[in-house]
Design a binder for this molecule. Structure first.
Ligand SMILES: [Zn+2]
Length: 290
């Protein structure tokens, strides 16, 4: 039986579109910060990189300061992977994985050449700077893919339409102990298993349960089944909320939401799965269409 606290948390994340009116910090779910520094992060991404194009696609403001959302593209190609880092600002592993992902792409550029990597990060730069899930106005961006009230969700939509990705990966974290991934209906099980194997080989511990307590089989794999799909449609119709996975699914695009465990203080254990997942996805796309 769920406890009252479970129900309260579920309601907070699923029944209310705007939870607070500012980038509020999480106090109950035990998020361990990993030392994300917004200025150093942006400076690292702004530095010119051979073969990459970089631009700022939006610049949300908070308390008189602008916080850039940066896009990096590896160059034109036949297939593309769009990676979202930091849709929830307090889930730092997905942010800190990005520089390592760019380095990994460069190290394998010859092999990965047919695949364009497009990275958008931080999708929620105000939340990232304030250790918050929410944006400057207290919106959860990953609930805003019906109304697009936030400039962050609109930036994702704009880039998605431009890139027309063959696959999208959104890097998240959650309160569970290990790492798992939600996949939308467009991700086939063979692809999911291949990516899970790559993460496991890299040393990532895969979760046997997701954060709702559902058993995952194989470990780390949370596909969207028919009942979850129906629930997501109801959620969108009644409460006007939709996450990136369902939104991409409706556009025919496979999407993976990776969730590492934010309670761990082991930075490498939290970050490495994000890097390994993206590299394995790039390698798969380099072989041919999904
Ligand atoms: Zn998240």
């Amino acid at each position: 039986m769920p406890t009252l606290a479970d129900v309260r948390n579920f309601a907070r994340y699923h029944l209310v579109r705007r939870v607070v009116d500012h980038p509020a910090r999480e106090t109950e779910l035990g998020v361990e910060p990993l030392g994300y520094d917004p200025d150093a992060y942006d400076a690292a991404l702004a530095r010119p990189r051979d073969g990459w194009r970089s631009d700022v696609v939006a610049e949300p403001t908070y308390q008189g300061r602008a916080y850039p959302i940066r896009r990096l593209r590896s160059g034109a190609s036949t297939r593309s992977l769009l990676v979202l880092g930091g849709v929830h600002g307090n889930e730092q592993a997905g942010l800190l994985a990005i520089p390592a992902i760019l380095d990994a792409y460069d190290a394998k550029r010859d092999a990965l050449g047919p695949v364009e990597l497009c990275v958008l990060t931080p999708v929620n730069p105000v939340g990232a700077a304030h250790l918050s899930r929410y944006n400057a106005d207290g919106f959860d961006i990953n609930r805003d893919f019906v109304r697009f009230e936030t400039e962050e969700a609109r930036a994702v939509r704009r880039v998605f339409d431009e890139v027309a990705p063959d696959l999208m990966i959104s890097l998240h974290e959650g309160p569970q102990d290990a790492t798992f991934m939600f996949t939308n209906r467009r991700v086939d099980e063979a692809l999911a298993r291949r990516l899970l194997t790559a993460m496991e080989r890299g040393g990532t511990a895969l979760a046997t349960h997701d954060y709702f307590g559902r058993a995952l089989s194989p470990p780390g794999y949370a596909p969207m089944g028919p009942s979850a799909w129906r629930l997501s449609q109801l959620w969108a119709r009644t409460l006007q909320m939709k996450a990136t996975g369902v939104w991409a699914d409706e556009r025919g695009v496979p999407e993976i939401t990776l969730e590492s465990g934010w309670r761990s203080t082991d930075r490498d254990a939290r970050v490495r799965g994000h890097v390994d997942l993206v590299v394995a996805a790039l390698e798969r796309l380099a072989e041919g269409p999904l």
